[in-house]
Design a protein around this ligand. Structure first.
Ligand SMILES: [Zn+2]
Length: 261
């Protein structure tokens, strides 16, 4: 981390629920199973996001609208911005979803980053996601993936330290970097990297295996993820304010929180 600027944290959750606002409901008839599956949302990701935001005293921007309505973690021109269900709807319906769900989330996140950068802070953005333990018949053994851009020094340093800290706290667990996906793929963090340089912004996608986020294990992994992040921040020598805040867990700043978009 840069020695000078104190760190500001921003926590986001793009796939926190599988809600379908009423005006889009008719396009989802018969799609209930798809909505309930990992393709509809990231089970457990919002719980982890809330825990991180609380521990870091960071604003949380979360959406509980299904990614099948509009995919918040793709750029506007990406072919997968809309699911097949929404592609069957007229263009004005998709446009409404884009304007009502996508744009507010993106604007809110970018405004928080921009505000902190303008105040001379270094922003650490953690986007909380989860992945299905079985994909196309293949079991995925990774417990936690940390996705980042290896070309960005501060993202790399934080992820190396976080991986090390989590392995130390959870021996035998599989913690990998840029797995099961690459951190440089199209998405929210990549879009923000283009606006904010390496010395101003670090965008990390936290990907947790959903088998670790079941009712019996989620509390343990929530604690492990928070504690190991605090360890990692201390290990890399910063942030002064962030580590202090993280060691004194308190309520999230409700004024900055915008859940259930
Ligand atoms: Zn996700």
């Amino acid at each position: 981390m840069p020695a000078a600027p104190p760190i500001a944290f921003v926590v986001t959750c793009e796939h926190g629920g599988n809600r379908v606002p009423r005006r889009y409901a008719r396009w989802f008839r018969g799609g209930e199973r798809l909505l309930a599956s990992h393709r509809g949302w990231d089970p457990g990701a919002l719980t982890i996001a809330r825990a991180l935001a609380r521990a870091l005293r960071a604003p949380l921007v979360a959406s509980t609208v299904s990614r099948l309505v509009v995919e918040l973690n793709r750029s506007p021109r990406h072919p997968q911005l809309f699911s097949d269900l929404m592609r069957a709807a007229p263009a004005d319906v998709r446009e409404a979803a884009f304007n009502e769900v996508y744009v507010p989330h993106r604007r809110r996140v970018e405004a928080l980053v921009r505000r902190s950068v303008a105040r001379g802070r270094f922003v650490v953005h953690i986007a909380s996601h989860s992945f299905t333990p079985v994909l196309r018949g293949r079991v995925r053994r990774t417990d936690v993936g940390l996705l980042y851009d290896p070309g960005r020094r501060h993202e790399s340093a934080l992820c190396v330290a976080w991986q090390r800290a989590l392995r130390a706290r959870a021996p035998g667990s599989s913690v990998r970097r840029n797995h099961p996906y690459r951190g440089t793929s199209d998405g929210l963090t990549r879009a923000l990297r283009r606006r904010f340089g390496d010395t101003r912004y670090a965008g990390i996608e936290l990907e947790v295996n959903q088998r670790r986020l079941r009712a019996t294990s989620i509390a343990r992994w929530q604690r492990l993820l928070v504690a190991s992040l605090v360890d990692a921040l201390a290990a890399i020598g910063g942030p002064r304010s962030g580590v202090n805040a993280a060691r004194r867990p308190g309520p999230a700043r409700r004024g900055d929180s915008r859940e259930a978009a």
